[in-house]
Design a protein around this ligand. Structure first.
Ligand SMILES: [Zn+2]
Length: 297
């Protein structure tokens, strides 16, 4: 399952990793709320598949925050009202099933690579309210020594040095993310991504300028991932993927324009490596389930 700030999405996978059932319910905030949300969504999947909960092999959870996978604890998941929660133990006690936790972006990276049939080195760029990346090599995620692999959103890059919630200034997240878009285009309200393309089509010059800035920021992220990890593929996911083919075209166009200025960047053929996660993808839920099976640690 993928436990998000507003909703929790869950899927049941068969032995081959195919989705056989899916459910989506609102997330209850707070430690007890999160545990009860998880229990209810598992019960929903059991109902849909005509099985008892005990018949599932395992449960995988993708959740925001810092994850201590060994202890099965979630830390600092403030957007769901959790400071510290031993979620794996509590959910295992409630269901009798083995439970594994992952950061939501890592889970999405695993799921996206699986659903899109991508082998080799796959970088996943999550353009959501915040900004982060995940890394998967032949289906196996790289989590790092302290679980912060891919936290590129907090790499300071911008000379304008706008303050970031992490305490630094000029982080990549202040340039390329949903929160950055909100600042580029205040007229778009709390969910500017939903209104942006319609506003551009209606001739709103500020919306168009905001989109261009967002796209350049996203292209910078792709270049950063390419130069640090040299992936075969960079998947663009997160809520802003709903901007669709125009987002992808914009990123590719920015990368191509940098390639015309630099033989080095040209040689890397960056624009051909970028793909967009499908709008209706359940990548994080699928990835969390796959990572719980023990064969993809
Ligand atoms: Zn930051």
């Amino acid at each position: 399952m993928d436990i998000g700030g507003t909703k929790t999405e869950a899927v049941a996978l068969d032995r081959e990793g195919r989705v056989v059932a899916g459910a989506r319910i609102p997330t209850e905030a707070g430690a007890d709320g999160v545990v009860s949300t998880a229990e209810r969504v598992i019960a929903r999947l059991a109902e849909q598949t005509g099985r008892r909960t005990a018949e599932f092999a395992s449960v995988g959870v993708g959740i925001p925050g810092r994850i201590d996978r060994e202890r099965g604890e979630v830390h600092n998941a403030y957007n769901i009202g959790v400071e510290r929660l031993p979620l794996a133990r509590r959910l295992a006690e409630a269901t009798g099933l083995p439970v594994a936790l992952d950061n939501d972006v890592t889970a999405a990276a695993i799921g996206a690579a699986h659903l899109m049939g991508l082998d080799g080195v796959v970088a996943y760029l999550n353009l959501g309210t915040g900004l982060a990346a995940g890394l998967v090599i032949d289906g196996t995620p790289i989590r790092g020594a302290h679980g912060v692999t891919g936290e590129i959103g907090h790499l300071p890059v911008d000379p304008l040095e706008r303050p970031c919630p992490c305490g630094q200034r000029g982080c990549l997240e202040t340039v390329a993310s949903g929160s950055a878009l909100k600042r580029y285009w205040p007229a778009g309200g709390d969910h500017p991504g939903r209104l942006l393309l319609a506003a551009i089509d209606a001739g709103d010059a500020e919306a168009e300028h905001a989109f261009e800035q967002l796209v350049r920021g996203a292209a910078s992220c792709v270049r950063l991932l390419a130069l640090t990890l040299d992936p075969h593929t960079v998947i663009v996911g997160g809520g802003l993927r709903l901007l669709g083919p125009r987002l992808l075209d914009g990123i590719r166009t920015a990368l191509d324009s940098w390639a015309t200025q630099s033989p080095f960047i040209d040689m890397l053929e960056l624009s051909g490596r970028v793909q967009l996660l499908a709008a209706d993808s359940s990548a994080a839920a699928v990835g969390a389930a796959l990572a719980s099976e023990g064969r993809r640690r």
